[in-house]
Each structure stands twice: as structure tokens, then as C-alpha cells.
Design a protein around this ligand. Structure first.
Ligand code: ADP
Ligand code: GLC
Length: 473
């Protein structure tokens, strides 16, 4: 099958969160299974600078927002996967992908309508023509609409990586999209009098997927439905939850050049060195006998950063230390920094996007804290387990599907889960983790349980193939 992925992120040079990792890894896995795979992204500043893309001689005229935009197409290649980028500097040559930490850029709708329209246009030029356009998250949610409006034969698949971000705009903005007026209706992009891109994509695409089975169930009920639960329930027949994998070559402590010393499940000595190096690098008070809790996160409310901060005093009082690497919401960043100021060398906050440090936190922390209120899949808990940091996570979405509660008696399990999303439930999980810390030999078993788990794309690929086959049938 020939499939064109459309997304705004592509690791490592255009990345805010896990979408970037998935767009780098899933297409590769599908290509290895023999499919013809290409990916189109905006030519973000970071992608241009990376040198991975070169301009082609193809320039397309893209009608969007009442204008016609001459658009140069850039090309790259990773193994068998063809990469494409559409160039419009006034939209994409920016410091950030979406906004500056106080909100999205005000022209988001225009930018991502352009991306969708340009991607659909590109699909017409590709040889062989894609059978399927696979659009990801709200930024690509206009793809099924444009595809249908142009009467193109391709099928469309839409993946929800995070239902919280739907792309909502005033109804007056709809005409600027260049879609038939009939698409602004309950069967399309209209939702309670507003324009809702994700809702339209759910209705107009041939199949919808999301990134874990539990999240696929959760989003059909009010608590995690972010207002769209009824729409999703009505469309449940075309909704599938497929758990993300991780790139096990890139995320491998035995060969990771970003960490101090390599190590593996059966030979953990290098991990001790990584831990000591992390203390020095971030300025944590060195202490062999006291655990390090690590966090690597977008600073966003749904990640439970507030719970983690509220719990920090307890954690410290019990002898723990905390290192947080996170960027995003300015308010949360500042709260975290204030906490660190109040607990010098016991809480350290680095507010930046730094992949090397992220890797060193996975390799050097004893526990990995991820108190998400909702989590479509989550990749960091899988990276943490692979690197031997034991996850302490909210029992939700993909966290439920990837972390198994540790059981002392059977010595089975990989981490600690808490529910409901409250400070006291988190405290309970932290206390269970600290009790395990007091028994180093047993803690090692839990650590190794996580490291031995396989998180590759092996089972996701046939699941996506089923979805693709069903829409082509
Ligand atoms: P989400 O996509 O919701 O942010 P995921 O767990 O799926 O959550 O993916 C997050 C990705 O972003 C991981 O690759 C993680 O390592 C990375 N990441 C998040 N914050 C940072 C940061 N401050 N610096 C470096 N990498 C980060
Ligand atoms: C989103 C979700 C995250 C998921 C990622 C990749 O950003 O928040 O849970 O792992 O997409 O699918």
C-alpha cells in the first residue's frame, strides 16, 4: 500500500512532543514491512537548517485563504521513506512550531489550512499516487475535508494523538478555508456553533485511530472526551486504539552516545555512573542512598505538573530528590522554578528542550514521575523503563496499557500507578516506590522487569495494516 503521512512534527529537528517521535518511527516500520511510505511536513526553520531536505524543481500553486501561494517542495529521504516539506516562510520559518508558551500563534488556522491543502496537492503529484492520506492531530485535520472537496480517490485515515487539542475557531473563519459550505454542518466541521477541525476529521475520514486501546475507550466517555465523546461514540465503529511503539535502536542505553556509560539489563554498572554524572550535571546534592525522581515533560496541565510540584515537599521530606526537564506553559515553568528555589539542590528545574539531557535523566534517575491526568499513549514512560528508571504514573490511557503495578509477592510488575488524579493518590504511589527503594535487591528486579520489556513497533504495524486494508476494501 502507498501511504502519505501528514503531520507538523518530525523528530529530531521539528519536535515538541511524542508526535515527532512517532512520525519518525512508524513510517519506517511500515516501509520495512514493504509499503510505499512518504511523509509531508511544513518546512519549519529547524528542518531547513538540518540540511536533511533539499529543494526540488517542483513548485505548486496552493489556493488557501483567498490567495494563491506558490509553494516550493523540498525533499529528503530516510531509508525507504520519502520525506517531503512544503515551503512558505511566512507560515513556518519561526522559532517555535506552534506558539511561544503563552498560546498558539494567532494565524494557526491559516498555517494549518495551508499545510492540509498543500499536502493534498502534493498527493496528486506523487508517483505512485498514494492510496491513503494519513493525517495526524488537529494540525492536519483539514486533509480529509480538502481531499473530499477535490473529489480525489484517496482514502483518509485520521489519528488522534491528543484529543485535548482540537483546533477550535469562530464559525466566521470557515469560509476562509476554501471548503464547500456544506462541510460547515453537523456532519462536518461545525460543533456547537463553532468550527472544530478535529470533529470534522473524525466525521469525514474513512477511519480514525488513536494511540492506545485504553485511550480509545476513555475518549468515548465524558471524563476524557473533551466534549467530543458523543461524536466519538457515534463513530466507534471506525475508531481503533493502536498502542505506539518506540524506536528501540535510537532509545537503547547499550549504545546511546548521549549518556555517560553504556549499560544493559544484565550489566548495570554503567547505570551507576550515569546516575552520578546526572547529579553533577544538573547540580543535585550527591547522595547514593537517596533516590532521584526524574521528569521529562511538556509543561502542560494534562501532564500533572501541578500534582508533581505539590507532592515535592513530601518527596523531599522522605529523602527523595527531583529533577524536572520541561518547557511549554510559562505559568507552570515559573511555578516549577519557584519550587526549585525553595529547595536548592533537592529540586532542580531545567526549562528547555534538550534531548541529550532527557536521555541522561532516563539513564540516571531511579524513578520516573509522570502524573498525567490524561495520556493518549505516552512514550517517556517506555523510554524510562527501557533505561531502567521505574515509572510512577497516573493510571490513565497509554500509561495504563504500558505500566504494570509492582507486586512484591510475585516480583512481577514494572512500576507504580495511581488513581484518582489527586495529590493523596500520587503520594501513595510515591510511598510505594520509596518502600521498594529501601530493598535494593528487589528494586533491581523491578528495574530489570521494565528493561526487558519490548516496545518496538512489531505489533502496531499489522494493526495499522488492518485499518488501511479495511478502508481500501
Ligand atoms: P507528549 O507527546 O504528550 O509530550 P510523549 O511521552 O508521547 O508525550 O512524548 C514526549 C516526547 O518529547 C519524548 O520524546 C520526550 O523525551 C520529549 N520531551 C518532552 N519534553 C522534553 C524536553 N523538555 N526536552 C527534551 N525532550 C523532551
Ligand atoms: C501526544 C500524546 C502522547 C502520545 C504522543 C504520540 O502528544 O500527548 O501521549 O504519546 O502524542 O502519539
Amino acid at each position: 500500500m502507498n501511504i502519505l503521512f501528514v503531520a507538523t512534527e518530525l523528530a529530531p529537528h521539528a519536535k515538541v512532543g511524542g508526535l515527532a517521535d512517532v512520525m519518525a518511527a512508524l513510517p519506517q516500520a511500515l516501509a520495512r514491512a514493504g509499503h510505499g511510505i512518504s511523509v509531508v511536513v511544513p518546512l519549519h526553520r529547524g528542518l531547513r537548517k538540518s540540511g536533511e531536505f533539499r529543494p526540488t524543481s517542483l513548485t505548486m500553486e496552493i489556493p488557501a485563504t483567498g490567495k494563491s501561494w506558490p509553494t516550493r517542495v523540498w525533499q529528503g529521504r530516510r531509508g525507504e521513506v520519502a520525506l517531503w516539506a512544503v515551503e512558505r516562510d511566512e507560515f513556518f520559518d519561526r522559532e517555535h512550531l506552534y506558539g511561544d508558551g503563552t498560546g498558539d500563534y494567532p494565524d494557526s488556522l491559516e498555517r494549518f489550512n495551508f499545510l492540509a491543502r498543500a499536502s493534498v496537492e502534493l498527493a496528486r503529484y506523487l508517483d505512485p499516487t498514494p492510496d491513503i492520506l494519513h493525517a495526524n492531530d488537529w494540525h492536519a485535520a483539514l486533509v480529509p475535508g480538502h481531499c473530499a472537496a477535490l473529489g480525489l480517490p484517496m482514502k483518509t485515515v485520521f489519528t488522534i494523538h491528543n484529543l485535548k487539542y482540537q483546533g477550535e475557531f469562530p464559525s466566521e473563519d470557515f469560509p476562509s478555508l476554501g471548503l464547500p459550505s456544506g462541510m460547515y454542518s453537523p456532519e462536518g466541521f461545525e460543533f456547537y456553533g463553532r468550527l472544530n477541525l478535529m470533529k470534522g476529521a473524525i466525521l469525514l475520514s474513512d477511519a480514525v485511530t488513536t494511540v492506545s486501546p485504553t485511550y480509545a475507550r476513555e475518549i468515548q466517555a465524558e471524563a476524557q472526551g473533551f466534549g467530543l465523546h458523543e461524536v466519538l461514540r457515534a463513530n466507534a465503529a471506525k475508531l481503533t486504539g493502536i498502542l505506539n511503539g518506540i524506536d528501540e535502536e535510537s532509545w537503547n542505553p547499550a549504545i546511546d552516545h548521549a549518556i555517560k556509560s553504556p549499560y544493559r539489563t544484565g550489566a548495570l554498572r554503567g547505570r551507576e555512573e550515569c546516575r552520578a554524572a546526572l547529579e553533577i550535571e544538573v547540580g543535585l546534592e550527591p547522595a547514593n542512598g537517596r533516590p532521584i525522581f526524574g521528569m521529562v515533560t511538556r509543561m502542560a496541565a494534562e501532564k500533572g505538573v501541578d500534582l508533581a510540584l505539590a507532592n515535592a515537599a513530601h518527596l523531599i521530606q522522605k529523602g527523595g530528590r527531583l529533577v524536572i526537564l520541561g518547557a511549554g506553559d510559562k505559568g507552570l515553568e515559573e511555578m516549577a522554578v519557584r519550587l526549585a528555589q525553595n529547595h536548592p539542590r533537592k529540586v532542580v528545574v531545567r526549562r528547555e528542550h534538550n534531548e541529550g539531557l532527557a536521555r541522561r535523566i532516563f539513564a540516571g534517575s531511579d524513578f520516573f514521575l509522570m502524573p498525567s491526568a490524561s495520556e493518549p499513549c505516552g512514550l517517556t514512560q517506555m523510554y524510562a523503563m527501557r533505561y531502567g528508571a521505574i515509572p510512577v504514573v497516573g493510571d490513565t490511557g497509554g500509561l495504563h496499557d504500558t505500566v504494570d503495578e509492582w507486586e512484591g509477592e510475585t516480583r512481577k510488575g514494572t512500576g507504580f500507578l495511581f488513581h484518582p488524579h489527586t495529590e493523596s493518590a500520587l503520594r501513595g504511589a510515591v510511598d510505594r516506590a520509596l518502600a521498594l527503594w529501601d530493598e535494593p535487591a528487589i528494586m533491581k528486579v523491578a528495574r530489570q522487569n521494565g528493561m526487558k520489556k519490548e516496545w518496538g513497533w512489531g505489533s502496531a504495524v499489522p494493526a495499522y495494516e488492518n485499518v488501511y486494508r479495511s478502508v481500501l476494501a
